[in-house]
Design a protein around this ligand. Structure first.
Ligand SMILES: Nc1nc2c(ncn2[C@@H]2O[C@H](COP(=O)(O)OP(=O)(O)OP(=O)(O)O)[C@@H](O)[C@H]2O)c(=O)[nH]1
Ligand SMILES: [Mg+2]
Length: 487
């Protein structure tokens, strides 16, 4: 008895110390955060705006044009604080996070404004930029307090990373099962499926076999994304960055092995899937996602419509998955992480609307709204304020009506990537979005009586007057929805 007592006592004291020091630490941190947020809210509020979208959706162009148009506000009449003069000045300031890449605003803008304008390079990781606005509040408060500073921290991250959230509540066996169900009908998966058939999942792990499977699965994902599919998990397989070749990214789905023993291919793939979730997915949500206040999700809806009904259906699903990330209750991992905190506003914006004559914009918005509505139903969503819009962050075309066999055809004209000018008619979107979403849901292979085209235009050569930002479509309306209420 006696000899045990000191041990128990020591444990007790140690335990108490731990608890006391943790509480103290939390209190100090709590006071810090409260002070920081009180002083920030009173003096320099911060809006953390997340910009996301699947690959090539238009994130980089959106951020570049938004910032340029907030610095020079001549083309922002629908952003109230810009048109009524409340925003006195806007300037770039050092960002708050020292370990996140800075969004390369100057180079991206330079590409669009150069003598031979070109689109910015594709980006593959998270980046951030702080834009600070000097705002004169209206009313009595304004008269007393004078202008205040509002910081907008813009965080650009790949939409694929949001889709990975669904993995957090899924076991390897579940994920594998669901993935195989999708692959069966996709031609581009043939090579991977053939490879899987030839391996024995219960056999001892041989690294070259794991690498071969991961490589074939990555090739499938790349091809699927190119064909317009959105459900491409694990997202980092497409955007590996400095994790390329690491075990956490060297796995692939496998059919459940009847007897899997330690050291078997199946068990190791299962373990790596777990490592991917713990070491790659969870930190992103903890460090970046959990701090976002407002979110814009950019969607290349025209691209998906062009790719066909299956791509539209897949987009509808991906949007539901993305929306689920904003409704913490749908995912226990996220609920624990956010503890009731939530993003206040989410805008789903169909990008590249300058591919359409304006008479079709309302139809594109209608399709976007229908997709959001479906996604909201799918994600059982309640919470943040959501909206759908069609926008062009950078208008690269002008409208033109041409005579086509005696009838007027509303086209857009722009410079093609090869430098030649062309008028382009993308096809007529239906008034009723159900005419696209219906066949897509029913699994149609192609559109029945319509054909939709997309064309890649180069950015137009610009000569901007002083005070004028880049030409756009409804970027000001998007900004008003996203943060107009906080200016
Ligand atoms: N016409 C037109 N094309 C656009 C617009 N925005 C983007 N694009 C086109 O879409 C491509 C992709 O745009 P980005 O802004 O680089 O897209 P992203 O989402 O950053 O792409 P990743 O970094 O590769 O994920 C551009 O190279 C353009 O061809 C727009 O407003 N109008
Ligand atoms: Mg980009």
């Amino acid at each position: 008895m006696y000899c045990c007592a000191p041990y128990i006592q020591w444990q007790g004291i140690r335990g108490r110390y731990l608890v006391v020091s943790q509480i103290a630490d939390r209190l100090v941190r709590g006071v810090d955060t409260v002070q920081a947020s009180v002083s920030q809210a009173l003096f320099e509020p911060v809006i953390r705006l997340g910009v996301t979208g699947l690959s090539r959706a238009g994130k980089t162009v959106f951020i570049t044009s938004l910032v340029a148009n907030l610095i020079d506000r001549g083309r922002m009449p629908q952003l109230l604080a810009a048109s009524n003069g409340a925003i006195r000045a806007a300037y770039l300031r050092p960002q708050p996070d020292d370990t996140v890449a800075r969004f390369d605003y100057e180079n991206h803008l330079g590409a669009l404004l150069s003598a031979k304008p070109h689109w910015p390079e594709s980006t593959r990781a998270i980046s951030e930029l702080r834009l600070s606005l000097r705002v004169q509040p209206s009313g009595i408060l304004g008269a007393v307090s004078g202008p205040r500073t509002v910081h907008i921290d813009i965080v650009d991250y790949p939409g694929e990373w949001l889709l990975d959230l669904a993995l957090m509540d899924k076991t390897y066996a579940q994920w594998s099962r669901e993935t195989f169900a999708r692959l069966q009908s996709r031609d581009m998966a043939a090579e991977f499926l053939r490879l899987v058939q030839g391996v024995d999942a219960a056999a001892r792990l041989e690294e070259p076999v794991a690498q071969g499977l991961a490589a074939a699965y990555t090739s499938y994902l790349t091809a699927a994304r190119e064909a317009g599919y959105s459900d491409c998990t694990p997202g980092r397989f497409l955007l590996p960055g400095d994790l390329a070749g690491s075990p956490a990214l060297t796995f692939a789905p496998l059919p459940e092995a009847e007897r899997s023993v330690r050291g078997s291919l199946y068990r190791e793939m299962e373990r790596r899937y777990g490592a991917y979730k713990a070491k790659v997915v969870a930190p992103f949500f903890r460090e970046h996602f959990s701090r976002i206040d407002r979110q814009v999700v950019l969607v290349d809806a025209l691209g998906a419509i062009h790719a066909g009904p299956q791509a539209v259906e897949d987009l509808r699903h991906a949007m539901g998955d993305i929306l689920a990330a904003f409704r913490p209750g749908t995912n226990s991992f996220l609920s624990r992480l956010l503890r009731g905190r939530r993003v206040e506003k989410i805008l789903f914006a169909a990008t590249k609307a300058d591919h359409l004559h304006h008479h079709q914009h309302a139809r594109l918005t209608g399709i976007m709204q229908a997709l959001v509505k479906d996604a909201r139903n799918r994600a059982d969503f309640s919470g943040a304020d959501t909206a759908a819009m069609s926008i062009a962050a950078l208008r690269a075309t002008v409208e033109e009506t041409i005579d086509h066999k005696g009838t007027d055809l509303d086209c857009v004209r722009g410079t093609l990537m090869n430098g030649k000018q062309a008028a382009f008619y993308p096809g007529e979107l239906p008034d009723d979005p159900g005419l696209l979403l219906g066949p897509a849901r029913e699994g149609a292979q192609k559109w029945l009586d319509a054909d939709y085209q997309v064309m890649r235009f180069a950015p137009a050569k610009l000569s901007l007057k002083p005070g004028e930002g880049l030409p756009h479509i409804r970027l000001d309306k998007a900004a008003q929805f996203l943060f107009g209420d906080r200016l």
